[in-house]
Design a protein around this ligand. Structure first.
Ligand code: NAP
Length: 282
């Protein structure tokens, strides 16, 4: 894949973000991380998504250093864990993340999950980190429309990215439309549905017509909908395959057929259920 084929999305704060990225959830030891990051680097990924809660910021930082990937070629995302929310805790935890990642700035910092009790305190810390240029862009993860509306009532800086679960069995079109309206880029986590959607017969048929894998069809579908994606794999061949999605197109009928697979099936937690949004945010 050449650099020219790598699309970038413009964020509302003026920065750009690669549309394709690499998720490192569950990459747990240095050797596995190094192999995965080396394969991702060869395949043209620049964006890497980690989180304080994954416990692997240190081995990711070490992988970047050992592979001597220049910082300017990297777009690094981490997320503030629930236990680290609040004003002081957020500032302290980000300082630690920077040390572990062996960098002096983050490209994008996300609130991992909406937590009612620390909602605005956490965001104030995010705004300060942005003002101090420790973080270039700030965003959220697992926010529904109600969370975004609530944040907008007191935020000075609006989030520029909302990272949410998204795949053919959970397409979340109303939330994507709301993100777009608010000039927020939607970034799909578990874009492959953690493997659950890979056996789908509709996807298998489209894949065979294009001589592509089912994973490539799903990732291409996300790209054509304008979403950012962060597929994870620890297999070098699949890491390369997941990046080879910029030299073919799905037609309108195929896009519609995939959209029809939505069955509101989550692979992860539902922010509304976990954080009792309806009770707490009104
Ligand atoms: P995913 O990327 O949808 O799927 C990963 C699974 O699919 C792994 O089991 C992987 O196995 C397999 N896979 C990957 N490429 C494949 C291919 N081409 N063919 C067949 N199987 C393939 O799920 P995810 O890891 O849950 O999500 C991706 C990233 O999103 C995470 O790493 C993390 O960075 C982020 N995330 C964020 C949140 C949040 O709350 N913000 C939550 C979950 C995840 P192998 O590794 O064996 O290839």
């Amino acid at each position: 894949m050449t650099e020219l084929l790598q699309p970038k999305l413009r964020l509302a704060d003026g920065h750009t973000m690669p549309q394709l990225g690499f998720g490192v959830y569950k990459l747990a030891d240095q050797a596995t991380m190094n192999t995965a990051i080396a394969a991702a680097n060869r395949s043209g990924y620049h964006l890497f998504d980690t989180a304080q809660a994954y416990g692997n910021e240190a081995i990711l930082g070490t992988a970047f250093k050992e592979l001597t990937i220049p910082r300017t070629e990297l777009f690094i995302i981490t997320k503030v864990a629930e236990v680290n929310q609040g004003y002081d805790n957020t500032l302290r935890s980000v300082e630690r993340s920077l040390k572990l990642l062996q960098t002096d700035y983050l490209d994008l910092l996300l609130v991992h999950w909406p937590i009612h009790s620390q909602f605005f305190e956490t965001w104030r810390a995010f705004e300060r980190l942005k003002a101090e240029k420790i973080v270039r862009s700030i965003g959220v993860s697992n926010y529904h429309q109600t969370h975004l509306d609530y944040l907008a009532t007191r935020a000075n800086e609006q989030p520029v990215v909302n990272q949410i679960e998204n795949h053919p069995y959970l397409s979340q079109e109303p939330l994507l439309a709301y993100d777009r309206k608010q000039q927020i880029v939607s970034q799909a986590w578990s874009p492959l549905g953690r493997g659950v959607v890979l056996q789908d017969p509709v996807l298998a048929k489209i894949a065979s017509q294009h001589h592509r894998s089912v994973a490539q069809i799903i990732l291409r579908w996300h790209i054509q909908r304008g979403l950012a994606i962060i597929p994870k794999s620890q297999n070098p061949q699949r890491i390369s395959e997941n990046a080879a999605i910029f030299d073919f197109k799905l037609d309108a009928d195929e896009m519609t057929a995939i959209a029809r697979l939505n069955r509101r099936q989550r692979t992860g937690a539902d922010p509304e259920v976990v954080y009792e949004i309806e009770h707490q945010y009104h």
